[in-house]
Write a protein that binds this ligand. Structure first.
Ligand code: FAD
Ligand code: DHB
Length: 405
């Protein structure tokens, strides 16, 4: 098989990239280790930045999102039970986030891929990359039908944190930066109406809690928990008792309880691998970087990487320009590191750290009180939360000599 771009991994990074390339008239083949049902069934992200929604619109894949997605113009923070609201839309000149689960996004991307007969090889085992330092790389794999080989111009490594592509860079090229947090998020899904129409991020002496949702009848709730916690120790009743406590009495008494149908613990990690390109191999999304979930940046970063790479590849195929390809890693990392910073900061602000002293807690509470009372601090929060632009630079000030020209 021959194509222009071989994409490893059919998660958000891989499928967004395949659709964006198709829109530019560039051919790709996606190779995925799992089944479609498995990829679509994974319960993960819930909040889309404005830029992610805009990308889906540009691709014409936003019909269901417009019907079923929940636009949020604000979000709430709670400190030991006292709440305040950050008006995202007002502080950013109209930007919003949209609550629409990653499962729904994946469903829409797979449906459209099927409609357009885009080639996706599922259940591909033993994926290997070849010749990434040459102009003729290839991807090989095995399926029940036998061995496969995709000869291509470029390989896009979209295979997540545990994939094979990052490891295909030669030793010594990659530098990695990592922080592992000493706690996890215990998350549940339950078919009960959400406790509030907006998300509530709660900082409490017992630890962090998040009240999120998937629809007007489906709630997504999280509690910070020790990393070695056992799910059996968290029956629904205990979960809701602790959630009510951390959200505080005003909100806690409105909480509608109901049986959970999904319960899992996710670890928290900050991780970046540099560079995001070597030869003809590009890394995108979780294959190159992980953020702790606080602030909902992970899937959105996968999408912004795909947007940047599709622009670079369009420059190559439409104008024979290498500029975008040579600039991809630096451009993507500039945005990745800012999202890493925001997610790390928001995690540090809201969680209880095992080694924290009384002084450390006072610092958190003082910073949250500053955020509550300062428009400048809220504006900084809001611009990061709704998603920074692909390329962020202050408008250039006119120098004195230019004035009046
Ligand atoms: P993945 O989604 O991991 O996709 C990689 C794909 O590659 C997978 O389908 C995998 O099967 C495939 N693959 C792996 N290895 C191979 C191989 N060897 N060969 C072929 N295929 C392979 N992000 C947000 O933006 N907002 C949120 O609210 C949010 N909440 C989250 C909550 C939780 C509990 C978790 C766990 C994550 C959350 N995230 C959130 C993060 C988000 O889900 C990820 O950042 C996102 O899925 C990354 O997309 P990706 O395509 O890079 O990687
Ligand atoms: C969700 C996850 C997040 O990490 C977040 O910051 C907000 C919402 C969610 O799964 O709904």
């Amino acid at each position: 098989m021959r194509t222009q771009v071989a994409i490893v991994g059919a998660g958000p990074a891989g499928l967004f990239l395949a659709h964006l390339l198709r829109a530019e008239g560039i051919e790709s083949v996606v190779v995925e280790r799992r089944t479609r049902a498995y990829v679509e069934g994974r319960v993960r992200a819930g909040v889309l930045e404005q830029g992610t929604v805009d990308a889906l619109s540009r691709l014409g894949l936003d019909a269901r999102l417009r019907r079923e997605g929940l636009p949020h113009g604000g979000t709430r923070l709670s400190v030991d039970g006292a709440h305040f609201r950050i008006d995202l839309a007002e502080l950013t000149g109209g930007a919003e986030v949209t609550v629409y689960g990653q499962q729904e996004v994946m469903h829409d991307l797979f449906e459209a891929a099927e409609r357009h007969a885009m080639p996706i090889v599922f259940e591909a085992e033993g994926v290997e990359l070849h010749g990434i330092e040459t102009e003729r790389p290839a991807v090989t794999y095995r399926t029940a039908a036998g061995e496969g080989r995709i000869a291509c111009d470029f390989v896009a490594g979209c295979d997540g944190f545990h994939g094979v592509c990052r490891g295909a860079l030669p030793p010594g090229v990659l530098r990695t930066f990592e922080r592992v947090y000493p706690f996890g998020w215990l998350g549940i899904l339950a078919d009960v109406p959400p406790v509030d129409e907006e998300l509530i991020y709660a900082s409490h002496a017992n630890g962090f809690a998040l009240a999120s949702m998937r629809s007007p009848t489906r709630s997504r709730y999280y509690l910070q928990c020790p990393i070695d916690e056992r799910l059996e120790d968290w029956p629904d009743e205990r979960f809701f008792d602790e959630l009510a406590l951390r959200l505080g009495p005003d909100v806690g008494e409105r909480l509608v309880r109901g049986p959970s149908f999904e319960k899992s613990i996710a670890p928290l990690r900050s991780f970046v691998a540099e560079p995001m390109r070597h030869g003809r191999l590009f890394l995108l999304g979780d294959a190159a970087h992980i953020v702790p979930p606080t602030g909902a940046k992970g899937m959105n970063l996968a999408v912004s990487d795909a947007l940047m790479l599709s622009e670079a590849l369009d420059g190559f195929y439409a104008r024979a320009s290498m500029a975008g390809i040579d600039g991809y890693s630096a451009r993507a990392l500039a945005r990745v590191w800012k999202a890493e910073r925001f997610s790390w900061w928001f995690t540090g602000l809201m969680h209880r750290f095992p080694e924290a002293s009384g002084f450390d807690r006072r610092m958190q509470v003082a910073e949250l009180d500053y955020l509550r009372g300062s428009r400048a601090a809220q504006a900084g929060f809001a611009e990061n939360y709704v998603g920074l632009p692909l390329d962020q630079d202050l408008p250039r000030r006119r120098s004195v000599g230019e004035a009046g020209r």
